[in-house]
Ligand binder design. Structure first.
Ligand SMILES: Cc1ncc(COP(=O)(O)O)c(C=O)c1O
Length: 363
């Protein structure tokens, strides 16, 4: 019985040819592939500019630099997310303020944001967790209070908000990751900053290139954060496939929802009304995570817990004033969210094996 992994990136002849042709061109950096990938990806998100970079983590750091956030500033972030959502804030010298999530959709909670807002609050980093879009009320709330809205869309390529706008087209800046397990990959590490703001667009391209202009003069602090041309060439082909892959993920998620609804001790992920989920992860909220994971392991199926230790409780934040703070929803669910495979390359038989194992775990 083959192992069913959490992710299996696609790699086909068109991607292979694009990669080899780019290498053959000897134009390995700062070339036409990166420019085209940025343009095509931002058009896909309905934004005005996309700048490819080396990772989602770097994209988040870049977003904060673009918005001129630094020492003395506070940035509201969830604690139920990947570590990079918070560490980017610390890396620019600002303070991450950890905010609780919604009990049903597990994204940032509007009331909790309001409670955490201070005159120092300069931005919110809203994570479209597992591919679920954040509440449309969040960007509106940010606008009302003069707070920047950064989308951490690392897990949400192709997710659609209730407003009909895709992830990436909503925030002042949005950040994507192309790590191999993500819904879109580039044959290595990779990320993208996207903006719908004309005033940030030119600076965004410069930021990944030491803040330099055409005459190679630096205007602001940046670094070499550029994506390689080979990665961009692969990403462009993957982008053409993305909608088809998302459709497959949604079909699998529908089958899971039907099969898992009503199982004792299992809460099925709820899709926010009127939105389209990107199903980067399919997480079940379960009473007995270890038991479910053991049964999956016996059936040779991968699983993960997201996120066993909320960020505010991780050692890197031992000196943070919220280290021992209770975030009631986050603390209650973090260690109970078990992700099962939902990637686009799963066969129907593999989907059935996951279903059988989850159902068996509840008997
Ligand atoms: C929510 C979230 N933010 C940021 C990142 C960072 O992306 P990368 O791994 O490409 O640096 C990830 C990647 O796992 C993520 O899931």
């Amino acid at each position: 019985m083959n192992r069913i992994s959490m992710a299996r990136p696609s790699w086909d002849d068109e991607m292979r040819q694009a990669a080899v042709a780019t290498l053959d061109s000897l134009h390995w950096v700062k070339g036409p592939q990166g420019k085209a990938f940025g343009k095509e990806f931002s058009e896909y998100c309905n934004a005005v500019q996309g700048t490819p970079c080396q990772s989602g983590s770097v994209a988040l750091w870049g977003a904060l630099r673009l918005l001129e956030i630094g020492p003395g500033d506070e940035v509201l972030v969830p604690s139920l997310t990947y570590i990079a959502t918070a560490t980017c804030v610390s890396l620019v010298g600002a303070t991450p303020v950890f905010v609780d999530v919604e009990p049903d959709h597990w994204c940032l909670d509007l009331d909790a944001l309001e409670a955490a807002r201070t005159p120092q609050t300069k931005a919110v980093i809203a994570v479209h967790l597992f591919g679920q879009m954040c509440d449309d009320a969040l960007p509106t709330w940010c606008q009302q209070h003069g707070i920047a809205y950064i989308e951490d869309a690392a897990q949400a390529h192709g997710a659609v908000a209730g407003s009909g706008i895709k992830a990436g087209g909503i925030g002042d800046v949005a950040c994507f990751s192309f790590f191999p397990s993500k819904n879109l990959a580039v044959g290595g590490e990779g990320g993208m900053m996207v903006t719908r703001r004309e005033d940030l667009a030119a600076r965004m391209d410069a930021l990944v290139n030491h803040g330099r202009d055409q005459r190679l003069e630096s205007h602001e602090l940046g670094s070499n954060l550029r994506m390689s041309e080979v990665s961009a060439a692969i990403g462009r082909i993957q982008l053409k496939r993305l909608e088809g892959w998302l459709a497959r993920r949604r079909t699998i998620a529908d089958r899971y929802a039907e099969a898992f609804q009503g199982l004792p001790g299992v809460v099925v992920p709820e899709v926010r009304p009127a939105t389209e989920h990107a199903w980067h992860q399919y997480c079940l909220l379960v009473d007995e995570p270890e038991h479910l994971r053991n049964i999956l392991e016996e059936a040779n199926i991968d699983s993960r817990v997201y996120y066993a230790t909320p960020i505010h409780r991780q050692q890197v934040y031992a000196g943070h004033e919220q280290f021992n703070t209770t975030l009631p929803v986050t603390d209650a669910i973090a260690h109970r969210l078990v992700a099962v495979p939902v990637h686009h390359q799963m066969t129907d038989d593999e989907v059935q094996r996951v279903i059988d194992a989850v159902v068996a775990s509840t008997r």
